[in-house]
Design a protein around this ligand. Structure first.
Ligand SMILES: [Zn+2]
Length: 113
């Protein structure tokens, strides 16, 4: 299944090799991508600037996480314009940013492969 392969960091062609050199989704460091699949040699670098488009996916993911955090704040009893909501939403987006970085690149790669 495609979603499982994306989360597990698998190559879009062979579903065996890893796209990133470290498969930990919450690694808080810059994680490098493999240039090619270690199993089938499928190139993960399509063209220069290919992953700029992954910013759109990352934007969507972080917005979704922020909206979910805001809804949870409201369900826990915070008022609509409580400043605490803002800090919780920003904190949520920062905590999930390494995950968004990887997932957005993987989604972008799967879309165009
Ligand atoms: Zn492969």
């Amino acid at each position: 299944m495609v979603l499982t392969d994306i989360v597990l960091d698998k190559c879009p062609r062979c579903k065996e090799g890893l796209v990133f050199q470290n498969s930990n989704l919450f690694a808080y460091k810059v994680v490098k991508m493999n240039a090619k699949c270690p199993c089938c040699q499928y190139s993960f670098t399509k063209e220069p600037g290919f992953y700029w488009g992954a910013m759109y996916v990352s934007y969507g993911l972080s917005t979704l996480e922020g909206v979910i955090a805001y809804i949870i704040c409201r369900l826990l009893g915070n008022t609509a314009f409580d400043p605490v909501n803002l800090w919780i939403v920003i904190g949520t987006m920062l905590v999930f940013s390494p995950l968004n970085y990887r997932l957005s690149r993987l989604v972008w790669l799967y879309i165009f492969s």
